[in-house]
Design a protein around this ligand. Structure first.
Ligand code: PGA
Length: 246
């Protein structure tokens, strides 16, 4: 499966968000799953209009329900027709103190509510400079996806997002991306004892300063099944050309 997801983060006012959503949603897009991750306040309205794109929430509560002011539950997201949710994004890990354990709780809640997690993992610049990136990713996958079985894994998307490449304009080279994607796929193969055919169907996306210029080179790699796009997802023309980069 080829996937391009646009993570809008906390950007765009209502008018801008509606215009971008409508134009992407009305385009026929062959052969690529396009997932938009708008701020949660827009999800309900957009979900009533879905045609050619899918919706992802950017976050979900780690609690089921109750007195948790400001939180939105997995069940609520499901009720309004949200199919995916970002989990473990580096901004949530760094700015909102999300631990691997919290991320794991959220993944289980999402899957129980039939929402597919888009599980983000990635190492910092210091980690990469010290050469420990594989250990870091291994740890994030091991703890974040703790307790999942193969069927549940098959409902997940993985996004490799090196923290040093997010919003910085520094992109991993296509070889660096391929190397890590191969490492992740190999990890999943061993951990879940998966046959190659099923393994190849688990989407692993690259994220981090992916744009209209570098997407086709990155997407051409064997183990890269698409991208999780931040800044370049905020403009229709750049995001559209990324979608056409396979
Ligand atoms: P970026 O963000 O494309 O702006 O680097 C990617 C992301 O944070 O998902």
């Amino acid at each position: 499966m080829k996937v391009v997801a646009g993570n809008w983060k906390m950007n765009m006012n209502y008018k801008e968000a509606s215009a971008l959503f409508n134009s992407l949603n009305n385009r026929l897009i062959n052969d690529v799953e396009v997932i938009l991750c708008p701020p949660s306040i827009y999800l309900s309205e957009f979900s009533n209009k879905l045609k050619n794109v899918k919706l992802a929430a950017q976050n979900v509560s780690s609690f089921i329900s109750g007195a948790y002011t400001g939180e939105v539950s997995a069940q609520m997201l499901k009720n309004i027709g949200v199919d995916y949710c970002l989990i473990g994004h580096s901004e949530r890990r760094a700015l909102f103190n999300e631990t691997n354990e919290v991320i794991n709780t959220k993944i289980h809640l999402l899957l129980e509510n039939e929402i597919s997690p888009i599980f983000c993992c990635g190492e910092s610049l210091t980690d990469r400079e010290s050469g420990v990136q594989n250990e870091i990713i291994h740890n994030q996958l091991e703890l974040g996806m703790n307790g999942l079985d193969l069927t549940q894994l098959q409902n997940c998307i993985i996004a490799y997002e090196p923290v040093w490449a997010i919003g910085t304009g520094l992109t991993a080279t296509s070889d660096q991306a391929q190397e890590m994607h191969f490492f992740i796929r190999n990890y999943l193969k061993k951990r879940f004892q998966i046959e190659n055919e099923i393994l190849s169907q688990i989407p692993i996306l690259y994220g981090g300063s992916c744009n209209a210029e570098n997407a086709s080179e990155i997407f051409s790699k064997n183990d890269v099944n698409g991208g999780l796009i931040g800044g370049a997802a905020l403009k229709e023309d750049t995001f559209s050309s990324i979608i056409q980069s396979f």
